[in-house]
Write a protein that binds this ligand. Sequence first.
Ligand SMILES: Nc1nc2c(ncn2[C@@H]2O[C@H](COP(=O)(O)OP(=O)(O)OP(=O)(O)O)[C@@H](O)[C@H]2O)c(=O)[nH]1
Length: 491
Amino acid sequence: MPAPAEPTPEPQPAVPEEVSAQPDEPAPIPAPVEVPTPPTEPTPEPQPAPQEVPPQPAEPVPAPAPIEIPAPAPSPAEPEPALAPVEIPVRSDEPEREQASTTDEVAAIDAEAPLPPGDEEELAAPAAEIFPPLRQPEPVETDPLRDEIAPEPTPLPTPPPAPGKVTVTKKVEQKAEPVAPAAPEPKLSWFQRLRQGLSRSSKELSGSIAGVFTKRKLDEETLEELEDVLIRADLGMETALRVTDALASTRYGKDVSDAEVRAIMAVEIEKVLKPVAMPLELDLSHKPHVILVVGVNGTGKTTTIGKLAAKLTDGGLSVMLAAGDTFRAAAIEQLKIWGERTNSPVVASKLGADAAGLAFDAFVKAKEAGSDVLIIDTAGRLQNKAELMAELEKIVRVLNKHDPEAPHTVLQTVDATTGQNALNQVEIFRNIAGVNGLVMTKLDGTARGGILVAIAAKHKLPVYFIGVGEQVDDLEPFSASDFAKAIAGVA
Ligand SMILES: Nc1nc2c(ncn2[C@@H]2O[C@H](COP(=O)(O)OP(=O)(O)OP(=O)(O)O)[C@@H](O)[C@H]2O)c(=O)[nH]1
């Protein structure tokens, strides 16, 4: 390389943009002006600036340029330091680098990444070395600046300058793509939630049935064992006998698989449930139609009222709510929230106020407002049965003063996660408040679905809805078929 020690300016005019990117360069001397000055250097002249310029755009890897640019700065004596850009195109010759910088994103990352001094050296070094073979050798060799910029012709140890950062960035991007579609989990359908809620009951039942019928013929012993299994699953004696009778009538003495038993069980359970799976009908000749909601604390009265109010208002009915559970401030507040959500006025009183008095006022207000439906929440303090009975009876009495047939609907909420006790709850509230319809709540939880079958068989009360969640639309009409299949584990 005949590079004179003299700081000769290189005739590279067409790299103004890149030059400006160099922070260390004091004055961006226009290339064209300097080009004529280098008389001593014969070799650089032949290189027409435009020739170099075209190759640059073709090279997709401009990123490395900024890193190399700082290197030439150290030469203060040299008036024209803007020669660094010349090397930029050279860098592109590096196959690995090109690949890394094929995208604008990667280029941006490289430019932004504060490369450690070691990396800068690495980048500068390779540029100088790589340049000659791929590029026009003439400018590179004659360029004195190059010696200064990359005085250490250290070989490239590894092409990626900042492997950690670059690689991580790429990986993150790659991961982000598949992860990005991690769209919000679709909400399960109510039936899926029902199935999920009943899965424990269903699995226990299926497992027990399979235990009884593995390679055994249907005989008295297996029938008795099956009966025990069904009773333990809360289905009740009546339903258990229905299932075993149905099985015996067609399969006695034969080999029976657990799947066959479950299929027959589903059919029999559906028969028990079908008569109680009824739609809620409101007699709007009564204005307001009064729905009294009763049930043990925590069984979901207030929540069910909210969901029901939403259904009714969505259907165009005007609804008024009455916070008749005057014993719990939270219950009153909860109902107010549901009232806001469903755009239903809420009649409430102070904590501890007389619930019957509130029901009376609420009826008057609903009448005045022309509400189609008045839904009254109540307390469910089963622990003090006498007091509860007196309160509920009084509510019914005062409502009767306005409308002898009010309350027109008395709904009881029954928590499906409750076991046999639920049967007693229905018995009690039916006697106290004249319950004439049920809502089975929390069937999305670890429900013990068998008890609903037992309640249906014993009380034969309509089951209007099932609760399958805490959200406003998690109240579903009760379907005997769906429920029977879910509990029997039949697809
Ligand atoms: N998972 C689930 N939770 C429910 C359902 N219905 C009600 N809940 C929840 O059960 C809890 C009790 O519900 P409430 O509506 O307050 O019951 P309540 O009978 O009014 O209770 P008190 O106000 O104490 O008398 C709340 O956390 C509800 O969100 C349901 O169908 N599924």
